[in-house]
Design a protein around this ligand. Structure first.
Ligand code: G16
Ligand code: MG
Length: 217
């Protein structure tokens, strides 16, 4: 039976995916590289340096490591400005209710965010106490789509991957969940997230009874 739900943060529990997009789009514009929302789908869930490299490759731009770190820092400062005013009001509808249902069912709650800003964001959202374990993105060696982050959370919670449901909005993150051997919920467009077992447009649409009923035993 299902013993843990492991959530992505950006784009699943709150709309920070939009802020990441805005900050990357501003940098791409400054570098003279075309970058739109469709390109951004490839970046969701991808760590900071990996995201920068995707944009540089798209523009055929080669930079030194020092230059790359400077641009990555610049993006992060812009992103931090964009999230500065976040509050509990920015938590997506349905999250409190879902967490309450999970606690009621004695199912652990984990966070598998690739973001080094995740601790600050969950504090702002007022949900930091809700998690049984929060992955430290700084300690993850292989970012999404590698399964390491989801496997680390499951291991720390003391549950087998097959007993976990991972919840993701990104293609890279969904791949992590699948390669970890977990069951998968996609949040977003079913055409994009075809490989997920269940897809809901929004976290508030996720039906816990339905997922638990249909999950592989
Ligand atoms: C997130 C975002 C990515 C972002 C990454 C790293 O992951 O989806 O767009 O590039 O974290 O974020 P930071 O630059 O703040 O360390 P997730 O896994 O929460 O979707
Ligand atoms: Mg995400």
């Amino acid at each position: 039976s299902i013993r843990a739900f492991i959530f992505d943060l950006d784009g699943v529990l709150t709309d920070t995916a939009e802020y990441h997009y805005q900050a990357w789009a501003a940098l791409a514009k400054q570098l003279g590289i075309a970058f739109n929302r469709q390109d951004n789908e490839q970046l969701k869930g991808v760590d900071r340096m990996g995201s920068l490299q995707f944009i540089l490759d798209k523009g055929g731009l080669q930079l030194s490591d020092n230059q790359k770190h400077a641009f990555a820092n610049q993006k992060n400062h812009h992103y931090q400005q964009l999230i500065e005013h976040m509050s509990e009001a920015d938590l997506f509808a349905g999250v409190h209710d879902l967490f309450a249902q999970l606690k009621q069912a004695d199912i652990a709650i984990g966070l598998a965010s690739a973001s080094k800003n995740a601790a600050m964001v969950i504090n702002r959202l007022g949900i930091n106490q809700a998690f049984d374990y929060v992955a430290d993105a700084a300690k993850i060696k292989q970012g999404k789509p590698h399964p390491e982050i989801f496997l680390t959370v499951a291991q720390t919670l003391g549950v087998k991957p097959a007993q976990c449901v991972g919840v993701e909005d990104s293609l890279a993150g969904l791949q992590s969940i699948i390669d970890a051997g977990m069951q998968s919920v996609g949040i977003g467009d079913a055409k994009v997230l075809q490989q997920a077992q269940w897809v809901y447009p929004h976290i508030k649409d996720l039906s816990l009874p339905r997922v638990l009923e249909q999950a592989n035993k």
